[in-house]
Design a protein around this ligand. Structure first.
Ligand code: IMP
Ligand code: MG
Length: 180
């Protein structure tokens, strides 16, 4: 059974915003070429839609990272495969992730990429949790600010499920209890 959830960002709004982001990225990289590095798993749907709209000549790479277990609480550490050959030396890299929450994942990945001596590095996230203090991580391209709640759909999962929803959803608020 599908959990009762509420649509936070509709499919239509997502597609409109993704097209705007692609135009902004094209303007930023005008006359240059890119390596777009997608953070798996959460960014796969966003990345696929974004790439279809992008006119900048782009190669695509993937990094698999995880900072969450099967629940909704960050484990406070990031794991990813550092040994993989990642041909980005001297390249302009756009790191694409689904959501900026604590910034831990993107901090680890930007550190890794900088050590590969990329010539430039920018970040594009579909979502940013508004209340978070993410320190040094400042994405140049941001789709939507969302409330500090767990969201899912359009690539993002809730304990492994709901990645295939075409919209971004969150759980329905529980009805507040009246004081006795
Ligand atoms: P951070 O390292 O805390 O910034 O977490 C980033 C990663 O955790 C994202 O790339 C997501 O995969 C996952 N994540 C964080 N918040 C959510 C959420 O609300 N829904 C689904 N995944 C999330
Ligand atoms: Mg992720």
């Amino acid at each position: 059974m599908v959990d009762p959830h509420r649509i936070l960002i509709s499919e239509r709004r997502i597609h409109r915003r993704v097209a705007q982001l692609a135009r902004a990225i094209d303007r930023h990289y005008a006359g240059r070429s890119l390596v777009v590095a997608g953070v798996l798993n959460g960014s796969f749907m966003f990345l696929a839609d974004l790439l279809r709209k992008l006119k900048t000549p782009s190669e695509v790479e993937f990094l698999a990272a995880s900072s969450y277990g099967s629940g909704t609480r960050s484990r406070g550490r990031v794991t990813f495969d550092r040994r993989r050959k990642f041909p980005v030396k001297g390249r302009e890299v756009l790191l694409v992730d689904d959501i900026l929450d604590t910034g831990l994942t993107l901090r680890a990945l930007t550190g890794f990429l900088r050590r590969q001596e990329v010539s430039s590095l920018e970040i594009c996230v579909l979502l940013r949790k508004r209340m978070r203090r993410t320190g040094a991580i400042r994405p140049r391209f941001i789709g939507f600010d969302v409330p500090d709640r767990f969201v899912f759909g359009y690539g993002l999962d809730l304990a492994g499920r709901f990645r295939n929803l075409p919209h971004i959803a969150c759980h329905r608020e529980k009805p507040s209890r009246r004081p006795a």
